[in-house]
Design a protein around this ligand. Structure first.
Ligand code: NAD
Length: 339
């Protein structure tokens, strides 16, 4: 049989049908779930893996696929893949550079409005008690507030456009500033410290890299403006969980909207951490702190769902299919390299 041997870890049944139809020229084995859901699965002839962010692909996983030459990450962020290890083995990795700048930015503002207008509390008191009192439901306007956008890439820029629609004052931090864009959209670049000190709302849109690990941390949380709302739709470990908990307790953060958490992969199956050969005390502590956040009345958490619209998923699948076909035909597309 010709075509490339692909192991495709999928999420939804309709996705399997859709991808199977468009990749009929290739030899695909579909497995529902993540690489971690199949700890004993090995293949000596798989040339490509297609994975979503719920699969971690590091040394141990790569050892199970000895003939691998390509990984198609069905996401923009690819911090779930050990790129150094892949590069050392000559394995190429592609991602989906854009598919949902509006999709993720829309969820960032949904999270912000949940906090600013106490949407969950409003809904809950009517649903649970039939209570139409407004006494504890006073929120705050977005108009006139300063929003600090961390990262002015695809999603950050779309968030800026939405913020301008709310007539907010926008400041941004990005080591690769785009002054023409700032002039065009009417926002101002600042230093990261200045952004922390001035923002009523901080929204994070940077990739997870060594340089962005714990960008908000115990060392700088004290410099954040009191009463700030933090929105994180990027990646959990960009915010040190201890700093978030500390900031909520001392009033630095009025609230938070989080689509991502540190150690979120363990939240559905915490016992997996306990049964690891080398239990990681920091991870366990973070998982416990996540429960504090989940229970906190002014913290809204969604399950890494910012990408999840019909339109965005179709765009993700189409680009991933294109990446797989391009690689199979000898002209790879959307390759990523270690930064
Ligand atoms: P992008 O590459 O277009 O933009 C990232 C921006 O961050 C760039 O402008 C870059 O210069 C900037 N940047 C890099 N290092 C920085 C640093 N140290 N400080 C400040 N800025 C820095 O990416 P994007 O499409 O806007 O996506 C951003 C991130 O959002 C992705 O990497 C991904 O992790 C996350 N994301 C999450 C979801 C979700 O479902 N929650 C969906 C898509 C993307």
């Amino acid at each position: 049989m010709s075509g490339m041997n692909i192991i495709y870890f999928y999420n939804e049944e309709w996705e399997k049908e859709y991808v199977g139809g468009k990749l009929a020229s290739e030899n695909i084995t579909f497995l529902r779930g993540s690489v971690q859901d199949y700890p004993d699965f090995r293949s000596d002839d798989a040339e490509a893996l297609a994975v979503f962010v719920n699969s971690r692909v590091g040394k141990e996983e790569l050892d199970r696929f000895r003939a691998l030459t390509f990984i198609a990450a069905r996401s923009t962020g690819y911090d779930n893949i050990d790129l150094a290890e892949a590069e050392a083995r000559g394995i190429k990795v592609s991602n989906v550079p854009t598919y949902g700048e509006n999709t993720v930015a829309e969820l960032a503002f949904a999270l912000l409005l949940m906090v600013s207008r106490k949407m969950y509390d409003s809904y809950k008191q009517i649903e649970q008690d039939g209570n139409f009192s407004k006494s504890d439901l006073t929120g705050f306007d977005l108009k006139g507030k300063t929003i600090g956008v961390v990262g002015t890439g695809h999603i950050g820029v779309h968030s800026i456009k939405i913020a301008k629609g709310f007539e907010m004052n926008v400041i941004a931090y990005d080591p690769f500033a785009k002054p023409e864009l700032a002039a065009e959209l009417g926002f101002e670049y600042s230093s990261f410290d200045d952004l922390l000190a001035r923002s009523d709302i901080i929204t994070i849109h940077v990739p997870y890299l060594p340089a962005t690990h714990h960008m908000i941390n115990m060392g700088n949380v004290g410099r954040i403006k009191k009463g700030c709302v933090l929105v994180n739709t990027a990646r959990g470990p960009i915010v040190e969980t201890d700093a978030l908990v500390h900031g909520l307790k001392d009033g630095t953060f009025l609230g938070a909207g989080l689509d991502v958490l540190e150690e979120e992969n363990y939240m559905g199956d915490e016992t997996a951490l306990l049964f690891q050969e080398h239990p990681n005390a920091d991870s366990l502590k973070t998982v416990l702190a996540n429960h504090y956040l989940i229970d906190h009345p002014r913290v809204i958490i969604t399950p890494h769902n910012a990408f999840n619209t019909r339109e965005a998923i179709t765009r993700i699948l189409d680009t991933s299919i294109d990446n797989l076909l391009a690689y199979s035909q000898g002209s790879p597309k959307n390759l990523v390299a270690k930064k």
